[in-house]
Design a protein around this ligand. Structure first.
Ligand SMILES: Cc1cc2nc3c(=O)[nH]c(=O)nc-3n(C[C@H](O)[C@H](O)[C@H](O)COP(=O)(O)OP(=O)(O)OC[C@H]3O[C@@H](n4cnc5c(N)ncnc54)[C@H](O)[C@@H]3O)c2cc1C
Length: 486
């Protein structure tokens, strides 16, 4: 008679079940596999157990347990990152899945802030506030899986939203965060509740103390687990419009960007250069109106009145014309432009969503590095794909995050289950990260492969400073160890 052999439970299984209840802890292989990957083709990092707390007290108890047993924690949001899941400790680490902490806690209209638990998705946070007439700066995409805490921790500058071209990094629009530190104490950052015992509001970062919020943005969760986040509210603009202009070359479109992006005030809130690729065809670019070989500059403008919005469009048209940009017209342009305006195109990712394995090669650079980075990464990526005879589709973009920082993106799509192609793209992704870092270009994510590569290129003094900080915050090294290999 065959005897089923039951795998022994993780050493903390019963302790963790005691904290969150048995239904919210799992150490079975199926669950661990699920939590071992993000969206990237990079190798998985499999931990030993997954726990799903529902409030801050439970997070505190989990962190205390990790300190006593010296078993490390890997915080987890939507796992929508694309540089690989954090290392943790193979077969042993505790994944703390934050997605059950998903409540809206306070919409403080008088002080223009909204506070939610850090496991709430950006989609829910935004749509609930939009319904109330307010706007916040969170994700551009991926819209549905991203959590507030995961985006603030895992992406450069706390991420980039739909208005990144004018609003810059989301971090600028955060009033404060509540964090369970690696020693299990809880800190609220920001002015008001964060720095004055007589004040219960979180409304800004600066009065009353140095800005402590920033240290928990882009920290990959290595300085603590964010349990709440307070965002600044902005009134939703009643009038919005979008358009597209066509250019003959990237250089021509880039010259336009250089001029347009320093206008004060900015006439646009969204602007992106989209070079001609297979994906522009997928998006309808073969239809008359958008030239297949043209570089498309897509833009959006808004106003409190139609008059204000139209005045901005007039400025945009004028600067575009000065740089020989020609207005794209026709149904294909209109469909694309409307999808951009509502955000539908990026939320659903259009045809991309169903195209199988794919990954992002995406780097942050300064203005003077844009051309080098675009040309360098394209050459690096496409040459390797050609040498290996890989069939792929690609999409490219160049988009500002404020006027100073620019994001250069190449996305590679592979159809079907071509294992060799997946392997080549996986290796290429890792090598391209190294290549980018060695040229002074920043991968945008703050965990996994990207962070480890970045740390290798830190100046010694920066490395030492980070190491000291990590040691002070986390003497037992239990909070997301290995993120920067400190
Ligand atoms: C196709 C695609 C497009 C993207 N485009 C954009 C974009 O336009 N703009 C943008 O901003 N981002 C974009 N991203 C990146 C994405 O927003 C980030 O990777 C983000 O970090 C994912 O959030 P998450 O909740 O899934 O976090 P996870 O992937 O689960 O975690 C990311 C990191 O944060 C840590 N972490 C998670 N939750 C917490 C917490 N509560 N406290 C502390 N640490 C925590 C994790 O340990 C990990 O180190 C894109 C990603 C994809 C796949």
């Amino acid at each position: 008679m065959a005897v089923a052999i039951r795998k022994a439970h993780h050493p903390l299984y019963y302790d963790l079940a005691g904290i969150v209840g048995p239904a919210s802890v799992s150490d079975d292989d199926f669950t661990l596999e699920t939590y071992s990957r993000d969206t990237s083709p990079l190798p998985p990092n499999k931990q030993g157990i997954v726990v799903r707390p529902v409030n801050t007290d439970q997070v505190v108890d989990i962190v205390k347990l990790a300190n006593v047993t010296k078993i490390p924690i890997v915080p987890s949001g939507g796992r929508a990152s694309f540089y690989g899941t954090p290392k943790g400790l193979h077969g042993k680490g505790i994944v703390v899945d934050m997605t059950r902490m998903n409540k809206m806690l306070k919409v403080d209209e008088a002080n223009l802030t909204a506070t939610a638990e850090a496991g709430m998705t950006t989609a829910e946070f935004n749509t609930r506030l939009w319904d109330m007439g307010w706007d916040v700066h969170t994700a551009y995409m991926p819209w549905y899986p991203d959590t507030l805490g995961g985006q603030l921790a895992g992406f450069a500058g706390g991420g980039n939203g739909m208005e990144m071209a004018s609003a810059g990094f989301n971090a600028t629009h955060i009033a404060g965060v509540k964090v369970v530190l690696p020693d299990a104490s809880v800190v609220q950052t920001g002015s008001g509740a964060g720095s004055n015992i007589h004040n219960t509001m979180v409304y800004d970062r600066y009065p009353g103390n140095p800005d402590l919020t920033g240290i928990f943005v882009g920290d990959a969760g290595t300085f603590g687990i964010k349990v709440e986040a307070t965002y600044r509210l902005y009134k939703l603009a009643p009038h919005k419009v979008a358009g597209a202009h066509l250019f003959d070359s990237f250089e021509q479109a880039w010259d336009l960007f250089k001029e347009m992006s320093i206008l004060e005030p900015l006439p646009y809130y969204h602007m992106v250069i989209i070079p001609p690729t297979e994906s522009t065809k997928v998006h309808g670019a073969t239809v008359k109106g958008i030239g297949v070989d043209k570089f498309i500059v897509m833009w959006c403008a808004k106003g409190n009145s139609e008059k204000e919005m139209n005045a901005k469009v007039e400025i945009i048209d004028e600067v575009m014309a000065k740089h020989n940009g020609v207005r794209g017209t026709g149904p294909a342009v209109e469909e694309w432009v409307q999808g951009t305006l509502t955000g539908r195109r990026v939320r659903e990712m259009g045809a991309f969503g169903s195209m199988g394995t794919w990954t992002f090669f995406e780097y942050f650079v300064s203005r003077s590095q844009v051309l080098d980075c675009r040309n360098g990464t394209r050459e690096f990526i496409y040459r390797r794909l050609k040498e290996n005879g890989i069939t792929y589709q690609s999409h490219e973009g160049c988009i500002p995050s404020g006027a100073n920082t620019w994001i250069i993106t190449t996305i590679i799509f592979l159809r079907g289950e071509d294992k060799r192609a997946q392997q080549v793209v996986g290796e290429l992704f890792a090598d391209a990260t190294e290549f980018a870092c060695s040229h002074g270009w920043y991968p945008d994510c703050h965990q996994g492969w990207g962070t480890r590569m970045m740390a290798k290129n830190w100046p010694k003094h920066h490395y030492e400073f980070m190491r000291k900080l990590k040691g002070a915050f986390d003497p037992n090294n239990i909070m997301n160890p290995g993120v920067w290999d400190l």
